[in-house]
Design a protein around this ligand. Structure first.
Ligand SMILES: [Zn+2]
Length: 155
């Protein structure tokens, strides 16, 4: 067990996002995801799947809260941490999270787990990178992000 204080900021915020994913109302047709938007080691907002509405995605909730708080000016230097790769296609609403992230001005995204093509095709990281957003994967934390969704995964 690594002491939290010895973890770098990216891992700490990503672990926080994974913890948030445990708060999601259960679903048999969508992943449970947590997201944190942080700027200079300070959280701007958090979100998790289905937090305010059954169609909510974590990243979308967090970005909406940043706007609600009038903190959009900090987004350009902020990082979005998500337990799962942001969606490039979605069944629930017309605008996928990658488009919301690109429009927000956020330039860096850190994720634990690449979206498996179970509900939609995935591929959000590629779309983000093409738009100039830096995407970093911390694969050591993928198992923790997957575990919250074990009931949705084959095998
Ligand atoms: Zn999404």
């Amino acid at each position: 067990m690594v002491h939290p204080a010895s973890l770098d900021a990216d891992r700490r915020w990503l672990l926080e996002a994974i913890e948030l994913s445990r708060l999601c109302p259960p679903s048999s047709s969508a992943f449970s995801v947590g997201a944190v938007v942080a700027a200079r080691d300070r959280p701007l907002a958090t979100g998790y799947s289905r937090e305010r509405d059954p169609a909510d995605h974590a990243e979308e909730v967090a970005l909406a809260k940043v706007a609600d708080s009038g903190l959009e000016e900090f987004l350009v230097g902020a990082t979005l941490y998500s337990s799962l790769e942001p969606c490039a296609a979605r069944a629930s609403r017309p605008v996928p999270c990658v488009d919301l992230i690109i429009a927000s001005g956020i330039q860096r995204v850190v994720i634990a787990w690449r979206e498996p093509p179970i509900f939609v095709p995935g591929g959000g990281a590629v779309v983000l990178r093409k738009a100039g957003v830096q995407v970093q994967v911390i694969p050591e934390l993928a198992a923790a992000a997957r575990a919250v969704n074990a009931h949705l995964l084959p095998g």
